[in-house]
Design a protein around this ligand. Structure first.
Ligand SMILES: *Cc1c(COP(=O)(O)O)cnc(C)c1O
Length: 400
Protein backbone atom coordinates (compact mmCIF):
# COMPACT_ATOMS: atom_id res chain seq x y z
CA UNK A 1 0.00 0.00 0.00
CA UNK A 2 1.25 3.51 -0.78
CA UNK A 3 2.20 5.47 2.33
CA UNK A 4 -0.53 7.49 4.09
CA UNK A 5 0.47 10.72 5.77
CA UNK A 6 -0.69 11.04 9.40
CA UNK A 7 -3.71 13.16 10.40
CA UNK A 8 -1.55 16.32 10.44
CA UNK A 9 -0.20 15.58 6.99
CA UNK A 10 3.24 14.26 7.94
CA UNK A 11 5.26 11.57 6.23
CA UNK A 12 7.50 10.78 9.20
CA UNK A 13 9.10 14.10 10.11
CA UNK A 14 8.22 15.77 6.79
CA UNK A 15 5.21 17.60 5.38
CA UNK A 16 2.61 19.33 7.51
CA UNK A 17 0.99 22.69 7.01
CA UNK A 18 3.00 25.86 7.43
CA UNK A 19 0.55 28.45 6.12
CA UNK A 20 -1.08 31.70 7.25
CA UNK A 21 -4.25 31.37 9.31
CA UNK A 22 -6.54 32.39 6.41
CA UNK A 23 -5.56 29.32 4.42
CA UNK A 24 -6.12 26.72 7.15
CA UNK A 25 -9.89 26.64 6.61
CA UNK A 26 -9.39 26.44 2.83
CA UNK A 27 -7.03 23.47 3.22
CA UNK A 28 -9.49 21.80 5.61
CA UNK A 29 -12.29 22.27 3.08
CA UNK A 30 -10.06 20.89 0.31
CA UNK A 31 -9.06 17.87 2.39
CA UNK A 32 -12.66 17.00 3.26
CA UNK A 33 -13.74 17.30 -0.39
CA UNK A 34 -10.74 15.24 -1.51
CA UNK A 35 -11.51 12.44 0.99
CA UNK A 36 -15.14 12.33 -0.14
CA UNK A 37 -14.15 12.29 -3.82
CA UNK A 38 -11.52 9.58 -3.28
CA UNK A 39 -14.18 7.40 -1.60
CA UNK A 40 -16.58 7.87 -4.52
CA UNK A 41 -16.20 5.39 -7.42
CA UNK A 42 -18.01 7.84 -9.74
CA UNK A 43 -15.20 10.38 -9.23
CA UNK A 44 -12.50 7.88 -10.21
CA UNK A 45 -14.59 6.65 -13.14
CA UNK A 46 -14.72 10.16 -14.62
CA UNK A 47 -11.00 10.66 -13.92
CA UNK A 48 -10.10 7.39 -15.66
CA UNK A 49 -12.36 8.08 -18.62
CA UNK A 50 -10.83 11.54 -19.06
CA UNK A 51 -7.33 10.07 -18.93
CA UNK A 52 -8.33 7.50 -21.54
CA UNK A 53 -10.17 9.79 -23.97
CA UNK A 54 -8.42 13.14 -23.52
CA UNK A 55 -4.90 12.29 -22.29
CA UNK A 56 -4.50 9.05 -24.26
CA UNK A 57 -3.77 6.59 -21.44
CA UNK A 58 -2.59 3.99 -20.80
CA UNK A 59 0.83 5.12 -22.00
CA UNK A 60 3.10 2.45 -23.46
CA UNK A 61 5.87 0.60 -21.65
CA UNK A 62 8.48 0.63 -24.39
CA UNK A 63 11.49 -1.71 -24.67
CA UNK A 64 14.41 0.61 -25.44
CA UNK A 65 16.72 -1.87 -27.17
CA UNK A 66 19.36 0.51 -28.53
CA UNK A 67 19.71 3.31 -25.96
CA UNK A 68 22.42 1.55 -23.92
CA UNK A 69 24.49 0.57 -26.95
CA UNK A 70 24.70 -2.64 -28.96
CA UNK A 71 26.79 -4.56 -26.42
CA UNK A 72 24.44 -3.87 -23.50
CA UNK A 73 22.75 -6.90 -21.94
CA UNK A 74 20.44 -5.26 -19.41
CA UNK A 75 16.79 -4.97 -20.48
CA UNK A 76 15.58 -1.38 -20.29
CA UNK A 77 12.00 -0.11 -20.51
CA UNK A 78 10.68 3.46 -20.90
CA UNK A 79 7.33 4.42 -19.39
CA UNK A 80 6.10 6.77 -22.11
CA UNK A 81 4.59 9.77 -20.28
CA UNK A 82 5.96 11.82 -23.20
CA UNK A 83 3.10 10.53 -25.37
CA UNK A 84 0.40 12.04 -23.14
CA UNK A 85 -1.64 14.97 -24.48
CA UNK A 86 0.44 18.12 -23.81
CA UNK A 87 3.59 15.99 -23.73
CA UNK A 88 4.23 15.14 -20.08
CA UNK A 89 2.89 13.59 -16.90
CA UNK A 90 1.60 16.90 -15.49
CA UNK A 91 -1.78 16.54 -17.21
CA UNK A 92 -2.65 13.46 -15.05
CA UNK A 93 -2.66 15.74 -12.02
CA UNK A 94 -4.41 18.78 -13.51
CA UNK A 95 -7.25 16.57 -14.79
CA UNK A 96 -7.73 15.23 -11.25
CA UNK A 97 -7.63 18.65 -9.58
CA UNK A 98 -9.99 20.20 -12.17
CA UNK A 99 -12.54 17.43 -11.56
CA UNK A 100 -12.22 18.04 -7.83
CA UNK A 101 -12.66 21.80 -8.31
CA UNK A 102 -15.88 21.19 -10.27
CA UNK A 103 -17.12 18.82 -7.55
CA UNK A 104 -16.43 21.52 -4.95
CA UNK A 105 -18.38 24.12 -6.95
CA UNK A 106 -15.30 26.31 -7.53
CA UNK A 107 -15.58 28.53 -10.59
CA UNK A 108 -11.95 29.45 -11.36
CA UNK A 109 -8.54 27.83 -11.32
CA UNK A 110 -5.39 29.52 -10.02
CA UNK A 111 -1.91 28.14 -10.73
CA UNK A 112 1.68 29.22 -10.46
CA UNK A 113 4.27 28.09 -12.95
CA UNK A 114 8.01 28.39 -13.44
CA UNK A 115 8.95 26.83 -16.74
CA UNK A 116 5.34 27.09 -17.88
CA UNK A 117 4.64 23.37 -18.17
CA UNK A 118 2.23 23.25 -15.23
CA UNK A 119 0.63 26.47 -16.46
CA UNK A 120 0.00 24.87 -19.85
CA UNK A 121 -1.41 21.70 -18.24
CA UNK A 122 -3.75 23.81 -16.08
CA UNK A 123 -4.80 26.07 -18.98
CA UNK A 124 -5.55 22.91 -20.97
CA UNK A 125 -7.98 21.46 -18.42
CA UNK A 126 -9.45 24.93 -17.82
CA UNK A 127 -10.34 25.11 -21.51
CA UNK A 128 -11.63 21.55 -21.59
CA UNK A 129 -13.89 21.94 -18.54
CA UNK A 130 -14.88 25.57 -19.12
CA UNK A 131 -13.15 27.03 -16.05
CA UNK A 132 -11.33 30.40 -16.30
CA UNK A 133 -7.63 30.07 -15.41
CA UNK A 134 -5.29 32.65 -13.86
CA UNK A 135 -1.61 31.71 -14.05
CA UNK A 136 1.00 33.53 -11.92
CA UNK A 137 4.49 33.55 -13.32
CA UNK A 138 7.68 35.41 -12.41
CA UNK A 139 8.29 38.30 -14.83
CA UNK A 140 11.69 36.87 -15.75
CA UNK A 141 10.14 33.47 -16.47
CA UNK A 142 7.46 35.15 -18.64
CA UNK A 143 10.33 36.46 -20.79
CA UNK A 144 12.30 33.21 -20.79
CA UNK A 145 9.30 30.98 -21.53
CA UNK A 146 7.59 33.13 -24.15
CA UNK A 147 6.31 30.15 -26.13
CA UNK A 148 4.54 28.56 -23.15
CA UNK A 149 3.06 31.94 -22.20
CA UNK A 150 1.63 32.23 -25.72
CA UNK A 151 0.26 28.67 -25.58
CA UNK A 152 -1.49 29.41 -22.27
CA UNK A 153 -3.03 32.51 -23.84
CA UNK A 154 -4.18 30.56 -26.90
CA UNK A 155 -5.88 28.18 -24.47
CA UNK A 156 -7.73 31.14 -22.98
CA UNK A 157 -5.79 31.53 -19.71
CA UNK A 158 -4.71 34.87 -18.25
CA UNK A 159 -0.99 35.02 -17.44
CA UNK A 160 -0.01 37.45 -14.67
CA UNK A 161 3.68 38.40 -14.62
CA UNK A 162 4.93 38.80 -11.01
CA UNK A 163 7.49 41.59 -10.78
CA UNK A 164 8.61 41.24 -7.14
CA UNK A 165 11.70 39.52 -5.72
CA UNK A 166 13.80 37.46 -8.14
CA UNK A 167 10.90 37.48 -10.66
CA UNK A 168 10.87 33.67 -10.72
CA UNK A 169 8.83 30.71 -9.43
CA UNK A 170 9.33 31.49 -5.74
CA UNK A 171 7.72 34.91 -6.14
CA UNK A 172 4.97 33.58 -8.41
CA UNK A 173 4.09 31.00 -5.72
CA UNK A 174 3.86 33.67 -3.02
CA UNK A 175 1.60 35.79 -5.24
CA UNK A 176 -0.64 32.84 -6.13
CA UNK A 177 -1.01 32.02 -2.41
CA UNK A 178 -1.92 35.64 -1.70
CA UNK A 179 -4.55 35.71 -4.46
CA UNK A 180 -5.96 32.37 -3.32
CA UNK A 181 -6.30 33.62 0.26
CA UNK A 182 -8.26 36.63 -1.04
CA UNK A 183 -10.70 34.54 -3.10
CA UNK A 184 -10.87 31.03 -1.58
CA UNK A 185 -14.65 30.97 -1.92
CA UNK A 186 -14.66 30.82 -5.71
CA UNK A 187 -11.13 29.67 -6.58
CA UNK A 188 -9.32 26.35 -6.60
CA UNK A 189 -5.53 26.47 -6.34
CA UNK A 190 -3.98 23.85 -8.63
CA UNK A 191 -0.48 22.85 -7.45
CA UNK A 192 1.77 21.16 -10.01
CA UNK A 193 3.91 18.78 -7.95
CA UNK A 194 3.94 16.79 -4.70
CA UNK A 195 4.82 19.94 -2.74
CA UNK A 196 2.99 22.56 -0.69
CA UNK A 197 0.89 22.23 2.45
CA UNK A 198 -1.10 19.10 3.31
CA UNK A 199 -3.12 17.66 1.55
CA UNK A 200 -1.39 18.69 -1.72
CA UNK A 201 1.62 16.30 -1.62
CA UNK A 202 -0.68 13.36 -0.92
CA UNK A 203 -3.39 14.46 -3.37
CA UNK A 204 -1.02 15.09 -6.29
CA UNK A 205 0.62 11.71 -5.70
CA UNK A 206 -2.78 9.99 -5.82
CA UNK A 207 -3.40 11.64 -9.21
CA UNK A 208 0.03 10.58 -10.52
CA UNK A 209 -0.07 7.05 -9.10
CA UNK A 210 -1.67 5.88 -12.35
CA UNK A 211 1.85 5.90 -13.88
CA UNK A 212 3.12 3.26 -11.46
CA UNK A 213 -0.10 1.24 -11.50
CA UNK A 214 0.09 0.91 -15.27
CA UNK A 215 3.82 0.17 -15.19
CA UNK A 216 3.37 -2.59 -12.60
CA UNK A 217 0.53 -4.26 -14.53
CA UNK A 218 2.28 -3.92 -17.92
CA UNK A 219 5.50 -5.38 -16.53
CA UNK A 220 3.76 -8.38 -14.95
CA UNK A 221 1.72 -9.01 -18.07
CA UNK A 222 4.58 -8.77 -20.53
CA UNK A 223 7.57 -10.05 -18.54
CA UNK A 224 5.89 -12.12 -15.84
CA UNK A 225 7.75 -10.26 -13.12
CA UNK A 226 8.27 -6.88 -11.51
CA UNK A 227 11.11 -4.57 -12.52
CA UNK A 228 14.31 -4.81 -10.49
CA UNK A 229 14.83 -1.04 -10.64
CA UNK A 230 12.58 1.96 -11.22
CA UNK A 231 14.20 5.30 -12.08
CA UNK A 232 12.61 8.77 -12.26
CA UNK A 233 13.85 12.35 -12.27
CA UNK A 234 12.97 14.53 -9.27
CA UNK A 235 12.13 18.21 -9.42
CA UNK A 236 9.30 18.67 -6.94
CA UNK A 237 8.93 14.92 -7.25
CA UNK A 238 5.52 14.19 -8.78
CA UNK A 239 6.44 11.93 -11.69
CA UNK A 240 8.76 10.01 -9.37
CA UNK A 241 6.15 9.59 -6.60
CA UNK A 242 3.65 8.58 -9.26
CA UNK A 243 5.76 5.73 -10.54
CA UNK A 244 7.28 4.76 -7.14
CA UNK A 245 4.08 4.62 -5.10
CA UNK A 246 2.59 1.29 -6.28
CA UNK A 247 6.00 -0.40 -5.75
CA UNK A 248 6.54 0.76 -2.15
CA UNK A 249 5.69 -2.65 -0.65
CA UNK A 250 7.72 -4.59 -3.23
CA UNK A 251 10.93 -4.66 -1.22
CA UNK A 252 12.91 -6.19 -4.11
CA UNK A 253 12.14 -3.31 -6.44
CA UNK A 254 14.82 -0.66 -6.02
CA UNK A 255 13.59 2.91 -6.37
CA UNK A 256 15.95 5.60 -7.70
CA UNK A 257 15.23 9.34 -7.70
CA UNK A 258 17.50 11.43 -9.92
CA UNK A 259 18.00 15.07 -9.05
CA UNK A 260 19.64 17.77 -11.15
CA UNK A 261 23.24 18.24 -9.99
CA UNK A 262 23.56 21.21 -12.37
CA UNK A 263 27.28 21.91 -12.60
CA UNK A 264 27.94 19.55 -9.65
CA UNK A 265 26.69 19.04 -6.09
CA UNK A 266 29.57 21.02 -4.60
CA UNK A 267 29.58 23.75 -7.28
CA UNK A 268 26.89 25.90 -5.69
CA UNK A 269 25.17 25.77 -9.09
CA UNK A 270 22.82 22.88 -8.44
CA UNK A 271 19.15 22.04 -7.91
CA UNK A 272 19.65 18.85 -5.87
CA UNK A 273 17.61 19.54 -2.71
CA UNK A 274 18.06 16.03 -1.29
CA UNK A 275 21.68 15.70 -2.38
CA UNK A 276 22.98 19.11 -1.32
CA UNK A 277 20.24 20.65 0.85
CA UNK A 278 19.13 20.57 4.48
CA UNK A 279 15.81 20.36 6.33
CA UNK A 280 13.62 23.46 6.47
CA UNK A 281 10.24 24.88 5.49
CA UNK A 282 9.35 25.98 1.95
CA UNK A 283 5.97 26.69 0.36
CA UNK A 284 3.96 25.33 3.25
CA UNK A 285 5.71 22.12 4.21
CA UNK A 286 8.80 20.75 5.92
CA UNK A 287 11.30 18.96 3.71
CA UNK A 288 14.79 19.24 2.31
CA UNK A 289 15.65 22.44 0.51
CA UNK A 290 18.63 24.41 -0.76
CA UNK A 291 19.20 27.15 1.79
CA UNK A 292 22.02 29.19 3.26
CA UNK A 293 23.25 28.78 6.87
CA UNK A 294 20.86 31.58 7.76
CA UNK A 295 17.84 29.87 6.20
CA UNK A 296 17.66 31.94 3.01
CA UNK A 297 16.56 29.96 -0.05
CA UNK A 298 19.49 29.65 -2.44
CA UNK A 299 19.17 30.36 -6.15
CA UNK A 300 19.26 27.05 -8.00
CA UNK A 301 20.71 26.01 -11.31
CA UNK A 302 19.85 23.23 -13.76
CA UNK A 303 19.93 22.95 -17.54
CA UNK A 304 16.35 21.73 -17.17
CA UNK A 305 13.76 24.33 -16.17
CA UNK A 306 11.42 21.69 -14.72
CA UNK A 307 14.04 20.49 -12.21
CA UNK A 308 15.19 23.99 -11.30
CA UNK A 309 13.36 24.17 -7.95
CA UNK A 310 15.01 24.65 -4.51
CA UNK A 311 12.73 22.22 -2.66
CA UNK A 312 11.42 18.68 -2.95
CA UNK A 313 8.20 16.97 -1.87
CA UNK A 314 8.05 15.78 1.77
CA UNK A 315 7.38 12.14 0.90
CA UNK A 316 10.72 12.00 -0.93
CA UNK A 317 12.44 13.36 2.20
CA UNK A 318 10.80 10.53 4.12
CA UNK A 319 11.78 7.88 1.55
CA UNK A 320 15.36 9.17 1.59
CA UNK A 321 15.68 9.09 5.38
CA UNK A 322 13.95 5.69 5.66
CA UNK A 323 16.20 4.28 2.93
CA UNK A 324 13.29 2.95 0.84
CA UNK A 325 14.39 5.04 -2.13
CA UNK A 326 17.88 6.14 -3.12
CA UNK A 327 18.58 9.61 -4.48
CA UNK A 328 21.39 10.37 -6.87
CA UNK A 329 22.26 13.40 -8.99
CA UNK A 330 23.20 13.85 -12.64
CA UNK A 331 24.99 16.88 -14.11
CA UNK A 332 23.86 19.12 -16.97
CA UNK A 333 26.47 17.57 -19.28
CA UNK A 334 25.48 13.98 -18.46
CA UNK A 335 21.81 14.79 -19.07
CA UNK A 336 22.61 16.45 -22.40
CA UNK A 337 24.62 13.41 -23.53
CA UNK A 338 21.71 11.12 -22.60
CA UNK A 339 19.33 13.40 -24.55
CA UNK A 340 21.42 12.90 -27.70
CA UNK A 341 21.76 9.12 -27.19
CA UNK A 342 18.01 8.79 -26.80
CA UNK A 343 17.31 10.91 -29.89
CA UNK A 344 19.79 9.09 -32.13
CA UNK A 345 19.40 5.55 -30.83
CA UNK A 346 15.69 5.36 -29.99
CA UNK A 347 14.07 8.01 -32.19
CA UNK A 348 12.68 9.78 -29.14
CA UNK A 349 13.48 13.37 -28.11
CA UNK A 350 13.13 13.25 -24.31
CA UNK A 351 12.50 16.27 -22.09
CA UNK A 352 15.74 17.49 -20.48
CA UNK A 353 14.18 16.57 -17.11
CA UNK A 354 13.68 12.97 -18.26
CA UNK A 355 17.20 12.94 -19.74
CA UNK A 356 18.51 13.08 -16.15
CA UNK A 357 16.77 9.77 -15.39
CA UNK A 358 18.12 8.33 -18.66
CA UNK A 359 21.68 9.34 -17.80
CA UNK A 360 21.47 7.50 -14.49
CA UNK A 361 19.94 4.44 -16.20
CA UNK A 362 23.12 4.22 -18.27
CA UNK A 363 25.28 4.17 -15.14
CA UNK A 364 23.07 1.66 -13.34
CA UNK A 365 22.80 -0.70 -16.32
CA UNK A 366 26.60 -0.87 -16.46
CA UNK A 367 26.52 -2.39 -12.94
CA UNK A 368 23.62 -4.76 -13.57
CA UNK A 369 23.66 -8.00 -15.57
CA UNK A 370 21.17 -9.47 -18.01
CA UNK A 371 18.82 -10.53 -15.18
CA UNK A 372 17.90 -6.99 -14.25
CA UNK A 373 14.81 -5.25 -15.63
CA UNK A 374 15.15 -1.49 -15.44
CA UNK A 375 12.23 0.91 -15.94
CA UNK A 376 12.83 4.61 -16.59
CA UNK A 377 9.96 7.06 -16.33
CA UNK A 378 10.18 9.16 -19.49
CA UNK A 379 8.30 12.05 -17.86
CA UNK A 380 7.96 14.21 -20.98
CA UNK A 381 8.93 14.98 -24.54
CA UNK A 382 11.73 17.30 -25.54
CA UNK A 383 10.04 19.59 -28.06
CA UNK A 384 9.90 22.39 -25.47
CA UNK A 385 13.69 22.18 -25.03
CA UNK A 386 14.79 22.23 -28.68
CA UNK A 387 15.58 25.96 -28.93
CA UNK A 388 17.69 25.74 -25.76
CA UNK A 389 19.57 22.68 -26.99
CA UNK A 390 20.21 24.33 -30.32
CA UNK A 391 21.63 27.41 -28.62
CA UNK A 392 23.87 25.27 -26.37
CA UNK A 393 25.23 23.35 -29.35
CA UNK A 394 25.87 26.49 -31.37
CA UNK A 395 27.69 28.04 -28.43
CA UNK A 396 29.88 24.98 -27.86
CA UNK A 397 30.68 24.75 -31.59
CA UNK A 398 31.63 28.41 -31.64
CA UNK A 399 33.95 27.83 -28.68
CA UNK A 400 35.74 25.00 -30.43
C1 LIG B 1 7.66 19.48 -14.48
C2 LIG B 1 8.42 18.35 -15.05
C3 LIG B 1 9.26 17.53 -14.27
C4 LIG B 1 9.55 17.81 -12.83
O1 LIG B 1 8.44 17.76 -11.97
P1 LIG B 1 8.19 16.57 -10.95
O2 LIG B 1 7.11 17.07 -10.08
O3 LIG B 1 9.47 16.32 -10.21
O4 LIG B 1 7.79 15.38 -11.75
C5 LIG B 1 9.85 16.44 -14.86
N1 LIG B 1 9.69 16.16 -16.17
C6 LIG B 1 8.90 16.93 -16.97
C7 LIG B 1 8.77 16.57 -18.41
C8 LIG B 1 8.24 18.04 -16.44
O5 LIG B 1 7.47 18.81 -17.24
Amino acid sequence: MPIEPNARGYFGAFGGRFVPEVLVAALDELEAAMRAAFADPAFWREYRETLRDFVGRPSALYPARRFLGDAAETPLLFKREDTNHTGAHKINNTVGQALLAIRMGKRRLIAETGAGQHGVATATVGAKFGLPVDVYMGALDVERQALNVYIMQLLGATVHPVAGGTKTLKDATNEAFRVWAAQVEESFYVIGSVVGAHPYPFMVREFQKVIGEETRAQCLERYGRLPTDVIACVGGGSNAMGIFSPFIDDADVRLWGVEAAGEGLASGKTAAALGAGSVGVLHGSRSYLLQSDRGQVIETHSISAGLDYPGVGPEHAFLKDSGRATYVAVTDDEALAAFHDCARREGILPALESAHALAFAKKLAAERGPDALIVVNLSGRGDKDIAQIRALRERSEAAR
